[in-house]
Design a protein around this ligand. Structure first.
Ligand SMILES: *[C@@H]1O[C@H](CO)[C@@H](O)[C@H](O)[C@H]1NC(C)=O
Ligand SMILES: *[C@@H]1O[C@H](CO)[C@@H](O)[C@H](O)[C@H]1NC(C)=O
Ligand SMILES: *[C@@H]1O[C@H](CO)[C@@H](O)[C@H](O)[C@H]1NC(C)=O
Ligand SMILES: *[C@@H]1O[C@H](CO)[C@@H](O)[C@H](O)[C@H]1NC(C)=O
Ligand SMILES: *[C@@H]1O[C@H](CO)[C@@H](O)[C@H](O)[C@H]1NC(C)=O
Ligand SMILES: *[C@@H]1O[C@H](CO)[C@@H](O)[C@H](O)[C@H]1NC(C)=O
Length: 322
C-alpha cells in the first residue's frame, strides 16, 4: 500500500512538471507587462508642466535603447468629443471612452523597435513593422508608478493605426494585422490600404507574415523523423485555444502513461519481491547444507571464497610474512 501511495505521489509530481512549461510561458508574458509598467514610469517623466494634447517624447533607460516612448495628456471629455487627429501612428476617432472614468488621462505610446521579438515573440511569424503600443492611464498623479491601465474602448469608429516603415511582403505570403491585448492574447485581422490596422481597444500592434517554411511537405507520404524538421513552422504561441487543447492532451497523456507505468512498476515490484523470497529460501537451504554461507572476497587481484566470520584473513602467498 505504501508503495502504491509513493507511486501515486510520483505520478502527481510528473503531472505537475508537465504543467510547468505553461507557467513559464505566462511569466514571459509577465515580462512584457513589466516592460509596460517601466515604460509608463519613463513616459510620465517626460512631463514637465505638460500642456494637454501635446506629444512629449520620453527617453528610456540605456538597457532598453532602441525603444521609443511618448506620452500625451488629455481631458477625457475632449478625447470623447474630439478624439486625437494623429498621435504618432495612431488616429483616434471621437467616441473613445475609458473605464473607470477619470477626468484626465495619459496615453502612453510605445515603439518597441528591435525589441519587438524579445518582448512579443510570435512563433511561426515574422514582423514587417516594429510593434507599437498604446496604453491609457490616469493622469491624476504624474509621478505615480505601477499604475493600472484604464480600459479604453472605441464606441464608434475604430482606432486606426497607420504603420510607417512596413517591410515589403515576401512573395507567397499574406500580411496580417496582429493585436496583443493586455492579457497577452493575440488576434489577427486584415491589413487595410497596405499599411493600416484597426482596433477597438488598447494594446500592442504590428503587421506580420507567416514565416516561410521551405519544406511544407504535408502531402509527402514519408514522415520526417521528429527532431529533423527545423523548417516546419511551429504553432503560433498566441493561439491560446490550440495551446490549451494540446495541454489537455499532454495531461491526459501523462495520466494514462503514468497509470501504465504504475501498473508495470507494481508488477515489477511484485515479481522482484517473489524473486527475492525465492532467492532467500534457496540461500537458506544452501546455507543449511554448507553450514556457513560463503561469500566471494577480493584478495589482491584474485577472488576467493571467504567465510563471513573467518579467524584468519585469506592472503596471497607472496605477500605472506610470518
Ligand atoms: C519626437 O520623436 C519623433 C521621432 O523620433 C520626432 O520625429 C519628433 O520630432 C520628436 N518630437 C519632439 C517634440 O521632440
Ligand atoms: C533596465 O534598467 C532599468 C533602470 O535601471 C531597470 O529598472 C530595469 O529592470 C532594466 N530592465 C531590463 C530589461 O534590464
Ligand atoms: C537594439 O538596438 C540598440 C542600438 O540601436 C542596441 O543597443 C540594443 O541592444 C538592440 N536591442 C536588441 C534586443 O537587439
Ligand atoms: C503620487 O505618486 C507618488 C509615487 O507613487 C507618491 O509618492 C505621491 O504621494 C503621490 N501623490 C499624490 C498626490 O497622491
Ligand atoms: C478577437 O477576435 C474575436 C473574434 O473576432 C473577438 O470576439 C475578440 O474580442 C477579439 N479580441 C481582441 C483582443 O481584439
Ligand atoms: C483580461 O482578463 C481579465 C480577467 O480575466 C478581464 O477582466 C479583462 O477584461 C481582460 N482584458 C482584456 C483586454 O481582454
Amino acid at each position: 500500500m505504501g508503495l502504491l501511495l509513493r507511486s501515486l505521489a510520483m505520478l502527481f509530481i510528473v503531472i505537475c512538471f508537465s504543467c510547468l512549461p505553461d507557467v513559464s510561458a505566462q511569466s514571459s508574458g509577465g515580462s512584457a507587462r513589466g516592460l509596460d509598467a517601466l515604460l509608463q514610469d519613463y513616459a510620465y517623466r517626460a512631463f514637465v508642466h505638460p500642456k494637454t494634447g501635446v506629444i512629449y517624447n520620453g527617453s528610456v533607460p540605456l538597457n532598453l535603447t532602441g525603444i521609443q516612448i511618448a506620452a500625451m495628456r488629455l481631458r477625457s471629455g475632449s478625447l470623447y468629443r474630439r478624439g486625437v487627429n494623429m498621435y504618432k501612428e495612431f488616429e483616434i476617432p471621437k467616441g473613445v471612452t475609458e473605464k473607470p472614468y477619470v477626468e484626465r488621462l495619459v496615453l502612453v505610446y510605445q515603439n518597441l523597435g528591435n525589441w519587438s521579438m524579445v518582448y512579443y515573440p510570435l512563433q511561426g511569424y515574422s514582423y514587417l513593422a516594429p510593434l507599437i503600443g498604446l496604453l491609457a492611464y490616469d493622469a491624476g498623479n504624474l509621478s505615480a508608478k505601477n499604475l493600472p491601465e484604464l480600459d479604453i474602448r472605441a464606441s464608434g469608429d475604430p482606432i486606426m493605426i497607420k504603420f510607417q516603415d512596413v517591410k515589403p511582403t515576401p512573395a507567397g505570403t499574406v500580411a496580417e494585422c496582429v493585436l496583443f491585448d493586455l492579457n497577452g492574447s493575440v488576434n489577427f485581422s486584415n491589413v487595410e490600404s497596405g499599411n493600416m490596422c484597426s482596433a477597438v481597444q488598447q494594446g500592442h500592434f504590428s503587421i506580420a507574415v507567416k514565416s516561410i517554411a521551405p519544406s511544407p511537405a504535408p502531402v509527402s507520404p514519408s514522415p520526417t523523423p521528429a527532431g529533423e524538421s527545423p523548417n516546419v513552422a511551429p504553432v503560433p504561441s498566441g493561439r491560446r485555444k490550440k495551446k490549451s487543447n494540446s495541454k489537455v492532451w499532454i495531461i491526459v497523456g501523462s495520466v494514462l502513461g503514468g497509470l501504465a507505468l504504475l501498473t508495470l512498476l507494481s508488477f515489477l515490484v511484485l515479481w522482484g519481491k517473489k524473486y527475492r523470497e525465492r532467492k532467500n529460501l534457496q540461500r537458506m537451504e544452501r546455507a543449511a547444507d554448507v553450514g556457513e554461507a560463503l561469500q566471494m572476497t577480493s584478495v589482491g587481484d584474485a577472488r576467493a571464497p571467504a567465510a563471513t566470520f573467518t579467524r584468519t584473513q585469506p592472503t596471497i602467498e607472496t605477500e605472506y610474512v610470518p
